[in-house]
Structure formats: C-alpha cells, structure tokens
Design a protein around this ligand. Structure first.
Ligand code: SAM
Length: 305
C-alpha cells in the first residue's frame, strides 16, 4: 500500500484485532460494505478458537473465504501454514496483501470465490466467516470442491447454524440439515459468536461450526439425485403425513399410486411426518425411490409391457 512501509505492516499485524480493524478502516478510509456482508470479527478470544479449530489435525494447506481485514488471515499466516485467501473486495485484498507482505506462505487472491474452481484434499481445510448474503452458494461451492476438503470451519448466522445442526422432529430440521449431513460425516459447534464481537455489528448472532467432510458420498446412498428428491418429497408439505407429502410432490415423477410401495420398500410408516425421519431413514427412502425409478425406466410393473 502506498505510503505505508512493510515494517509498519508488521507492527499493525501484531495489534489486537479490535485496534487493528479500527486503525485499518480509519487510515485507509474504508467503509464496510453491507452488500458484501462485511462484518469484521474483532474478538481475539473467538478468533483464537476459530484458528485452533482450523489448524486442528495440522492441515497441509488452508483456504480462507473472504479475508476481510485479516482477523483470521493474520493469525493463520503467522502460524506458518500454507494459506490461500480469497477476497472479492479489491481494497480489502490490498490491505491483506500489505498485512502479509513478505510472508511466503500466504497467497492473497482478489476474486469472487464463487468464480474460482476450488481444489481441496484430505489435508486441506477451508475456513471463513461467511458473508451472510451468499452463505448457501458458498457452502455448496465448498462441498463441491474436487477433491473434497478435509474439513470446513465456517461461521454462519445462528439461525442457519441451528438448521444445519438440527435434530429430527424439530422445527429447524429440514433440507439444509440433510444436505449438510450428506456431505459432512460430523458437524461440531465450535462456539456462539454474539453480534457484539463484529464491527459493524450485524443484527443477529452467529454460530461457528467445524464439519469433517466425507471423502465420497455415503456408501449406502444408491443415487444422490434420488436421495435429494426423497428429502424434497418428504419435507415439501410439512403438515402432511409422509405418504401424502410424497403424493403431493409432482417432481418425484412416480407412476400414479406407487408412493405407498416406495414407503413400504423403505420399511417406513407412511403415517409418520417426513420431518421425523433421520438421515439413515432418508437414505432408505431415497434408495427405495431409486429402485422404483429404475423399475419404471425398465418398462414398468408387470403391466404387460
Ligand atoms: N474474515 C473476516 C473476518 O472474520 O473479520 C471478514 C468476514 S466478513 C463476514 C466476509 C468477507 O467476505 C468480507 O470481507 C467480504 O468482502 C468477503 N466476501 C463477500 N463475498 C465474497 C465472495 N463472493 N468471494 C470472496 N469474498 C467475499
């Protein structure tokens, strides 16, 4: 950055996050952009927990989504891990570059992470205090990295975090829960981050999660598309029973009247509500649906064809 020396950047990088953030905003004349979800974490205790969760298991590489003003970038860089940071806001990417000047383990990329083809790996961890406006697209992008990341450490709005972690039968349990369970073998809460630990302060609290990702889809799932179709079909009409919810879902493309057979084949009671099914039961329902679809594709059910 023009007018600021590298030795000065080392000094600033060593400050507590709150002081550093305030200084960077003031000295570089930056206004946080709400439209980019810019709420900067300024609490060193929470930062330390997120860094610890990221470095658990000594990853070979860390990929950070949305470096901001360096709350996580700086301590991760100082820990010496190979770090790639994506930041869509060019002004902030310049500040990150300046804060990590001369550190050969750090690569700052000024780019929209959604436009980047991400490569994970068993020993690669992705971390981010995710911008709220694109949480789901970024999660999807992280889940679809090839090869998959070993783990994700993400901070999301509390309400979203609770949906991700929800148990069957609760109001929060839904497609987002099952979608994350499909990709993550385990999901652990690292901590709750009150709105007060961010600048500017968001309207809601956040939840930090660590997900250990599966190397490949759960072995017992016959067909991913049928699994997700079963989730949509069973949870599409929450006030209906499982059987009636499946009947009401035109997208399932089942031959008329075959829903009861699918439910039976899955070993489930059609009078239950879809939201009481756990992950394994959804796997069975998805597999029964896949089997039914393949019978239909092969010419039907003994109707003379
Ligand atoms: N990691 C910093 C922290 O904890 O203080 C910043 C977190 S802030 C909630 C989210 C950051 O993501 C912002 O710096 C924002 O500019 C950046 N961002 C938003 N959309 C992005 C995208 N599509 N690709 C990369 N970065 C993005």
């Amino acid at each position: 950055m023009r007018g600021y020396s590298a030795s000065e950047s080392k000094l600033v990088a060593a400050w507590p996050a709150a002081k550093r953030t305030a200084w960077l905003l003031r000295h570089f004349g930056l206004n946080p952009r709400k439209s980019l979800g810019q709420n900067f974490l300024v609490d060193d205790h929470h930062i330390a927990r997120l860094v610890e969760a990221t470095l658990a298991g000594a990853p070979r590489q860390v990929v950070e989504i949305g470096g901001g003003l360096g709350a996580l970038t700086v301590p991760l860089a100082q820990a010496g891990v190979a770090l790639t940071v994506y930041e869509v806001d060019r002004r902030l990417a310049q500040v990150l570059q300046w804060l990590t000047e001369g550190m050969e383990n750090v690569r700052v990329v000024a780019a929209d992470v959604l436009q980047v083809k991400l490569e994970g790996g068993r020993e690669v961890v992705a971390v981010g205090n995710l911008p709220y406006y694109v949480t789901t697209p970024i999660l999807e992008h992280l889940f679809n990295a090839s090869p998959p990341f070993g783990a994700l450490v993400v901070t999301v709005q509390q309400e979203v975090g609770e949906r991700i972690r929800a148990r069957p039968g609760t109001k929060a349990y839904g497609p987002l829960t099952l979608w994350c369970r499909f990709y993550a073998a385990s999901i652990e809460v690292i901590g709750r981050l009150p709105a007060t630990v961010f600048r500017p302060r968001p309207k809601v609290d956040s939840l930090a999660l660590r997900m250990v990702l599966r190397r490949k889809p759960p072995a017992e799932v016959a067909d991913a598309a049928s699994f997700f179709a079963a989730v949509q079909g069973a949870l599409g009409h929450r006030r209906k029973t499982l059987l009636n919810s499946l009947r009401a879902d035109a997208r399932l493309q089942l031959p008329a009247g075959r829903e009861a057979e699918v439910v039976k084949r899955a070993g489930l009671d059609g009078k239950r509500r879809g939201e009481t099914l756990d992950f394994e039961e959804f796997v069975r329902l998805g597999n029964a649906l896949a089997a039914e679809r393949s019978v239909a594709a092969d010419g039907g059910h003994g109707n003379g064809t």
